[in-house]
Design a protein around this ligand. Structure first.
Ligand SMILES: [Zn+2]
Length: 77
């Protein structure tokens, strides 16, 4: 998921998700940066990892984690 920058003041732009700030003279939608805001799926994965449940190849966990992030983002988590 990419950052969604909003013009704050002058050339200062801030991501509405992770709060990353940068100075850019071009429009905010032209800044392409992978947003590092953690989503619901990331928290679930971290929680499971704490109990020794880790991702295996081809188990579908990365997809589930991604999907949960998307769902979480929709409900504001
Ligand atoms: Zn961001």
């Amino acid at each position: 998921m990419l950052c969604q920058y909003q013009a704050i003041e002058g050339d200062l732009k801030r991501c509405t998700r992770c709060g990353d700030e940068r100075i850019a003279s071009f429009p905010p939608e032209q800044i392409r940066r992978e947003c590092n805001r953690r989503g619901l799926g990331d928290y679930v994965a971290m929680g499971l990892a704490a109990f020794g449940v880790v991702k295996k190849k081809r188990c579908g966990c990365p997809k589930r984690q991604h999907d949960l992030n998307e769902i979480g983002a929709k409900v504001g988590l």
